[in-house]
Design a protein around this ligand. Structure first.
Ligand code: PLP
Length: 403
């Protein structure tokens, strides 16, 4: 049986007629830049997320860059980011000649650990960028309190988390000063190419981002501030407007798939409980945990990724490849170990959780259209691997996280 990590075709086929019509409408109008679909998408995102303003942009990366530019981040300013995320979260900081300051992860969610943030704050710190990794919210209450205490801004990296509600029911992207979303095709709401959006409840930041999206131009050819070309294509906005009304049902399907994985893993005896953080028995798989699933609202986790942890991760990955099962590692190298950040002279020992995550985590297929049979096949294949390969006592070679 073939189980790809992600298959975008079934989703397109269901919406093909509407999407093709939306694209044709833009093509017929020849209004490719700032067409009416852009403003409409922004309004629809505002009402979906319950935010006042949003600015469609060219990618999730540019959303983060634009957010930092609108917050006037200057060379030498420090920006606190988790060490475990997609590269863009730290890359945008360095591109402004500001200094990314890395913080280790929470052992259950792999989100930034708020308890480790304050000791990284200096007089140069300006912004904290929590990432809502894999589709569940970072611990925003603690993060917002720290930010308030030290007069810092908060930019939420929501690239993997569109439609996620924090434990109080508020949507991520409307909690900090600016929310940054990606519509990269593999995200839960994906365009037909690169696109993204910035959200805010602050009118001043909204106006700054809107001007900076067009080279800081207002009126035409007069530039009060320096921006860039950060525009979203009208074509992308048109496609995304067709998809947005379906997002919640896709997220629900992802949660159902996650629940099925958990059920199969538990009933096969391969795993004990969700959110277990230590390999204290042989032949165990550690399952992800939705930490706000009891909060009483539906979008507590949207499972952009379903991440298990296993010893001998690379061997399992190879084994599953041979079984035609697509998997991926998000991410094999935390920021503090990246070659391009060598100049920051990070202390590797400060990041035991991220280092372990990089070594033992594996993303399984979780997209909405997966069948129960496919999910069962993935778990059965992992079970087969464990029985054959894992007959030895386990220990973490990097730290004592498993003791
Ligand atoms: C995908 C992603 C980005 C970047 O989005 P692009 O649209 O690919 O530029 C930023 N941060 C995180 C956490 C992401 O997953």
């Amino acid at each position: 049986m073939k189980v790809p990590l992600l298959d975008l075709k079934p989703q397109y086929l269901v919406l093909k007629k509407e999407i093709d019509e939306a694209i044709q409408r833009v093509v017929d109008s020849q209004f490719f830049i700032n067409g009416p679909d852009v403003a409409k998408l922004e309004e629809e995102i505002n009402s979906y997320l319950g935010v006042k303003y949003s600015v469609g942009v060219s990618s999730g990366t540019d959303a983060l860059l634009l957010a930092l530019m609108a917050l006037n981040i200057k060379p030498g300013d420090e920006v606190i980011v988790p060490t475990y995320s997609f590269f863009a979260t730290a890359g945008v900081v360095a591109r402004l000649n500001a200094v990314p300051v890395f913080v280790d992860s929470d052992p259950v969610t792999f989100n930034i650990n708020p308890a480790l943030i304050e000791k990284k704050i200096t007089p140069k710190t300006k912004v904290i960028i929590p990432v809502h990794l894999y589709g569940q919210s970072a611990e925003m209450k603690a993060i917002m309190e720290i930010a308030k205490r030290h007069n810092l801004k908060v930019v939420e990296d929501c690239a993997q988390a569109i439609g996620v509600q924090y434990k109080d029911g508020k949507y991520v992207g409307g909690i900090g000063d600016i929310g940054c979303f990606s519509f990269f095709p593999s995200k839960n709401l994906g365009g037909f190419g690169d696109a993204g959006i910035c959200t805010t409840n602050d009118e001043k930041l909204y106006k700054a981002m809107k001007m900076m999206r067009m080279h800081g131009m207002e009126p035409k050819y007069y530039h009060k501030i320096i921006g860039g070309n950060f525009r979203i294509d009208t074509l992308q906005a048109a496609v995304l407007r067709v998809k947005l009304p379906h997002l919640d049902s896709w997220s629900a399907k992802r949660r159902e798939n996650a629940a099925l994985y958990t059920e199969y893993f538990l009933s096969s005896g391969l795993a004990e409980t969700e959110g277990n953080i230590s390999f204290d028995e042989m032949n165990k798989v550690l399952l992800p945990k939705a930490v706000y699933s009891n909060a009483g609202h539906k979008n507590y986790h949207i499972y952009n990724q379903y991440i298990i942890r296993v010893e001998k991760r690379n061997a399992l990955w190879d084994f599953l490849k041979k079984k035609d099962i697509g998997c991926e590692v998000y991410y094999p190298v935390p920021f503090h170990r990246q070659e391009c950040f060598e100049y920051l002279n990070c202390n590797d020992e400060e990041y035991p959780i991220a280092n372990c995550a990089a070594n033992d985590s594996l993303a399984l297929p979780i997209y909405p259209e997966l069948t129960n049979a496919q999910i069962k096949y993935v778990v059965d294949s992992i079970s087969e691997f464990m029985k054959e390969e894992m007959k030895y006592p386990m220990e973490c070679k990097h730290c004592d996280c498993m003791k």
